[in-house]
Design a protein around this ligand. Structure first.
Ligand code: PLP
Length: 407
């Protein structure tokens, strides 16, 4: 008899976005005339930039000619892309990250989910609450956590770092007073709260990790949305981070690649824990279980780093961030308490007094036909909050904000 991995049974069945989808579908069936605006799911809506499309066309042609056809990509990615990342994303920001420390992949979700494989099951993980669910669920699947407690909405044997209104939705190392975490997941700019960590605050985590031989897993998927000067784009801007941190990046929100799929992970050569270097372990895993992001997509990624590509993707980001500004301002005017939306495409909104996240979801769906994401779907710390995203069209964003004002 084949036995299943019973850890999967610890995961509550109802995936957040399926639950939302079901509610919206049922409502639409009962009210076919309802004009529903979706400001919920975090997918982009702007088309791929023209210079990237040109690069894609050219590379597709190459694949049809014997002389230029490409098969398997190099394990860790094509050199030109890794060089561009090293220079543009790191060296120009003063971070000494070499091309060989960059592992190209088909996106940050897989890398964030898979990275835990190179660590032992006895490691204790720390996550923000609320949190992007992939970090927790991938560790549940691996068996690194205890059971899910329905009452608290938390897994046993996980250290939750509360990200509350009182602390600006930012975690603090004081969360580790009782227990030292081995793996610390951080995501800034944050999904779902839109909060960002200033460099000195992030440095406290780096210092903690170095002092305790912990490893920080830093998800910088929204780095391109940072608009304020003193917000670090990379954890490697912090002193000593190369000794204790891994960073994940994605082209999804930076350049609209959610459907093309491209990302990368940075593992510094000197990073080690318990005396063991991590770079060779991830290289081994990558070589064994992964066969590379497609050639044409890596070339499209290179086009993002050209002057024209940069100009075009910055325009897209500015478009989304103008949506964020419209939502922030409009909701403030409508009397809501809102945060985020300045260095991130997410707006985090306090639900009206006495109303839970799901109650508010229902109220918006039935009252003004706007769909967002209940904060509690990201962890118990998200109860009483609600996430809106800036990824809609301008027209929908403006219409949705007007409806909030009418609510
Ligand atoms: N990390 C965070 C925090 C995200 O919000 C997302 C996507 O929503 C991802 C990673 C996934 O990125 P990718 O599309 O590269 O897999």
């Amino acid at each position: 008899m084949a036995r299943i991995n019973e850890n999967y049974l610890k995961l509550p069945g109802n995936y957040l976005f399926s639950a939302i989808g079901k509610k919206v579908r049922e409502y639409k069936e009962a009210h076919p005339e309802a004009d529903i605006i979706r400001l919920g799911i975090g997918d982009v809506t702007q088309p791929i930039a023209p210079s990237v499309i040109r690069a894609l066309h050219e590379r597709v042609e190459e694949m049809g000619q014997a002389a230029t056809f490409k098969g398997y990509a190099p394990d860790l990615g094509y050199a030109l892309l890794r060089n561009a990342i090293s220079v543009k994303d790191y060296r120009e920001r003063g971070c000494d990250i070499s091309p060989e420390e960059i592992f190209v992949s088909d996106g940050a979700k897989c890398d964030c989910g898979n990275i835990q494989e190179i660590f032992g099951l006895e490691n204790r993980i720390a996550v923000c609450d609320p949190v992007y669910p992939v970090y927790v669920d991938s560790n549940v699947m691996a068996g690194r956590t205890g059971a899910f407690d329905e009452e608290t909405g938390k897994y046993k044997d996980v250290i939750y770092m509360p990200c509350l209104r009182e602390n600006g939705f930012l975690p603090e190392v004081s969360a580790f007073e009782k227990e030292v975490p081995d793996l610390i997941y951080l995501c800034f700019p944050n999904n779902p709260t839109g909060a960002v960590m200033k460099k000195d605050r992030l440095q406290t985590f780096v210092d903690y990790a170095r002092a305790h031989d912990s490893v920080i897993l830093f998800d910088a998927a929204y780095e391109a949305y940072i608009s304020e000067e003193d917000v670090p784009h990379s954890i490697f801007e912090c002193e000593g981070a190369k000794e204790c941190a891994i960073e994940f990046r994605s082209f999804s929100k930076t350049a609209g690649f959610t459907g093309l799929r491209l990302g990368f992970t940075v593992i510094p050569r000197e990073l080690s824990t318990g005396g063991q270097k991590l770079w060779p372990l991830w290289a081994r895993r990558h070589g064994t279980k992964y066969n590379g992001a497609p050639y044409i997509i890596q070339k499209a990624g290179e086009a993002v780093y050209t002057e024209e590509g940069q100009r075009e993707v910055r325009q897209q980001i500015a478009y989304y961030m103008e949506n964020a500004r419209i939502i922030l301002q409009g909701l403030k005017e409508a009397g809501f308490e809102v945060s985020g939306g300045v260095n991130a495409p997410y707006i985090w909104l306090k639900t009206p007094e006495g109303m839970g996240s799901w109650d508010f979801f229902d109220r918006l769906l039935t009252g003004i036909h706007v769909v967002g994401t209940p904060g509690v779907g990201f962890g118990p710390g998200g109860e009483g909050f609600f996430r809106l995203t800036a990824f809609g069209s301008r027209e929908d964003t403006i219409r949705a904000v007007k409806r909030f004002k009418d609510l």
